[in-house]
Design a protein around this ligand. Structure first.
Ligand code: 5GP
Ligand code: SF4
Ligand code: MG
Length: 466
C-alpha cells in the first residue's frame, strides 16, 4: 500500500490526491482520503479504483476541505482479501480528546490474536483489515493525548507498519522498529509538511525531501514543528529488500540511493554472475527495465524493446485473482516480432513468483520466432511467502518452493534460467562489498531466505512451518 499526508496548506486533500496518484503503483484496488477543517470537522471519501478516476472530481474534492489531510492507496494482502469498501483506509476513530484517522502500509503479524482479544473485551470491528486493530488499541489506552495512545497501541502490534495518522491539529508518522516499509518526510516551500511512502510523491507536489523517518521513530508535526519520539526499543533495521527490486518506483530515493541505479546495478551483477552468449537483451517491462539496461551495459550485448507494454494496464501481480493475472499478461504485454525474429534473446525480469508471467512471455517470444530464450531474474528465487505487506501467494504456489533451479528452467521451457545470488543483490543495493551479513542480515529478505525477522504469529498458529 501507499500512504501520504499533508499539513499546513490550503486544500490539503488536493495535495494528498496528487501524492496518492504518484504512489498508485503501491496499490491499485482502492484509495481514500480524510481531511480536517475547524469549520467542517473530519470528512472522508473512500473509493474503489484509481486515484485519477475518483479524486479528480471537483464535487468530491470540495467535500474534503481543510489544511490537514491523509490518504491511502490499497493493495490487499493475505487475510484481508476481496473488495469491501469497509476495508478501504484511512480508518477513523473518535476518542474523548477528539477524532483521529490512520492509514497503514504493511502487515500486522499478530492481528488475528489482537482482534480476538479486543472483540472479547467489547471492541466492535467495522472491517476485516488487520490495520483496524490500531484504532481499537488506541481506544483502550488510558493516555491523555492521541500520539501517546498511538504509541501504546503500536507497542502491542507486531510486524510491519508505516503509519500516517492525523488528529485535528497534528500530522503523525511512525515506522515499525525494524523499518520494514518506507516512510519519508518532505517540506513545502510555504511551510507545510508532508509524509509519504516514497520520495516520488514529494516530487509531484514540489515538496523538498527532508529525510526518512527512521525505523522505530514517531514524528508528530504541528504548528510548523516536527517533534521526534522513540516509542520502541532500538533494533537493527530490516528494510524490505524487495522494495529495491520491484515495489518502489525507480525514480524514488531509498536510503540515499536511487532505486533506478540499484536496479541497474542488479543487472550489472547478473551479467557478471550469469553471462550467456546472445544477440539481444530485452526487459520484461516495466519492472525488468533498469536491470536489463545494466545487464546490456555490462555484457556489451545490444539492448532492445522486444516486449511492448500497453500503458493502459496496471500491475498484473497486484490483481487479486489468478484468472485475471493469467489474462493480464497478454492484455499488458506484446512481442515486438520484427526485433525478435531469429535472435537469441536474454529476457530480464524482476522476479519469478508463480511463474505465470515468465511462461506466457516465453511462449510469446518463441511464437515470434526467437532462436533461443534465456531468462535472467533480478531477485533470488522467491521460495517463501511475505507476511509483511507484499502479497506473495501460499508457499505451495511459489515455483521456487517446490522446484530446483533446473526444474524451474524445465517447467518454464527456456534455454537457460539464472537468478541473482543473495550476495549479488546485497552488493547491488549497496549493503556491503561482501554482500549479505549472514549473522545479522542488513535487510529483510525472508521471501528469498526464509529467515523471518518478525515471527509471523498468526500464520504459525494456522499451521505455517518456518
Ligand atoms: P509470476 O507471474 O511469476 O507469479 O509473477 C512475476 C511477475 O509479477 C513479475 O514480472 C513481477 O513484475 C511481478 N511481481 C513479482 N513478485 C511480486 C510481488 O511479490 N509483488 C508484486 N506486487 N508483484 C510482483
Ligand atoms: Fe520484503 Fe520479502 Fe521481507 Fe516481504 S519477505 S518484507 S517482500 S523482503
Ligand atoms: Mg513484471
Amino acid at each position: 500500500c501507499g500512504v501520504f499526508g499533508v499539513i499546513g496548506v490550503t486544500d490539503a486533500a488536493n495535495f494528498v490526491a496528487l501524492g496518492l496518484h504518484a504512489l498508485q503503483h503501491r496499490g491499485q484496488e482502492a484509495g481514500g482520503i480524510v481531511s480536517y477543517s475547524p469549520e467542517d470537522g473530519f470528512n472522508s471519501a473512500r473509493r474503489f479504483g484509481y486515484v485519477r478516476d475518483n479524486f479528480t472530481s471537483v464535487s468530491l474534492m470540495e467535500t474534503l476541505p481543510g489544511a490537514l489531510a491523509i490518504g491511502h492507496v490499497r493493495y490487499s494482502t493475505a487475510g484481508s482479501k476481496g473488495a469491501a469498501i469497509r476495508d478501504v483506509q484511512p480508518f477513523f476513530g473518535e476518542f474523548s480528546m477528539g477524532g483521529a484517522a490512520i492509514a497503514h502500509n504493511g502487515n500486522i503479524t499478530n492481528a488475528e490474536a489482537l482482534r480476538r482479544e479486543l472483540i472479547e473485551r467489547g471492541s466492535i470491528f467495522q472491517s476485516s483489515s488487520d490495520s483496524e486493530c490500531i484504532i481499537h488499541l488506541m481506544a483502550r489506552s488510558l493516555q491523555r493525548d492521541i500520539p501517546a495512545r498511538m504509541e501504546d497501541a503500536l507497542r502491542r502490534v507486531e510486524g510491519a507498519f508505516s503509519v500516517v495518522a492525523m488528529t485535528r491539529t497534528k500530522l503523525i508518522g511512525v515506522r515499525d522498529p525494524l523499518g520494514v516499509r518506507p516512510l519519508v518526510l518532505g517540506k513545502l516551500a510555504d511551510g507545510g509538511y508532508v509524509l509519504s511512502s516514497e520520495t516520488c510523491a514529494l516530487d509531484i507536489i514540489g515538496a523538498e525531501f527532508v529525510r526518512e523517518i527512521e525505523p522505530g521513530e514517531m514524528v508528530v508535526i504541528s504548528g510548523g514543528k516536527v517533534e521526534s519520539r522513540r516509542p520502541f526499543r532500538a533494533q537493527p533495521s530490516k528494510f524490505c529488500i524487495f522494495e529495491h527490486v520491484y515495489f518502489s518506483r525507480p525514480d524514488s530515493i531509498i536510503g540515499g540511493r536511487s532505486v533506478y541505479e540499484t536496479r541497474r546495478q542488479i543487472g550489472v551483477e547478473l551479467a557478471r554472475e550469469a553471462p550467456v552468449e546472445a544477440d539481444l537483451v530485452c526487459p520484461v517491462p516495466d519492472s525488468g527495465t533498469p536491470a536489463a539496461i545494466g545487464f546490456a551495459h555490462e555484457s556489451g550485448i545490444p539492448y532492445g524493446m522486444g516486449i511492448i507494454r500497453n500503458q493502459y494496464m496496471g500491475r498484473t501481480f497486484i490483481e487479486p485473482t489468478e484468472q485475471i493475472r493469467n489474462m493480464g499478461v497478454r492484455l499488458k504485454l506484446n512481442v515486438n516480432r520484427a526485433l525478435i525474429r531469429g535472435k537469441r534473446v536474454i529476457l530480464v525480469d524482476d522476479s519469478v513468483v508463480r511463474g505465470t508471467t515468465s511462461r506466457k512471455i516465453k511462449e510469446m517470444i518463441l511464437d515470434a520466432g526467437a532462436a533461443e530464450v534465456h531468462f535472467r531474474i533480478a531477485s533470488p528465487p522467491t521460495a517463501w511467502p511475505c507476511f509483511y505487506g507484499v502479497d506473495t501467494p501460499q508457499r505451495e504456489k511459489l515455483l521456487a518452493a517446490t522446484m530446483s533451479e533446473d526444474e524451474m528452467r524445465e517447467h518454464l521451457g527456456v534455454d537457460s534460467l539464472k537468478f541473482i545470488s543473495l550476495d549479488g543483490l546485497y552488493r547491488a543495493v549497496g549493503a556491503s562489498e561482501q554482500g549479505r551479513n549472514n549473522s545479522c542480515p542488513q535487510y529483510c529478505d525472508a521471501c528469498f531466505s526464509g529467515e523471518y525477522p518478525v515471527e509471523p504469529a498468526d500464520m504459525i498458529e494456522k499451521g505455517f512451518k518456518l
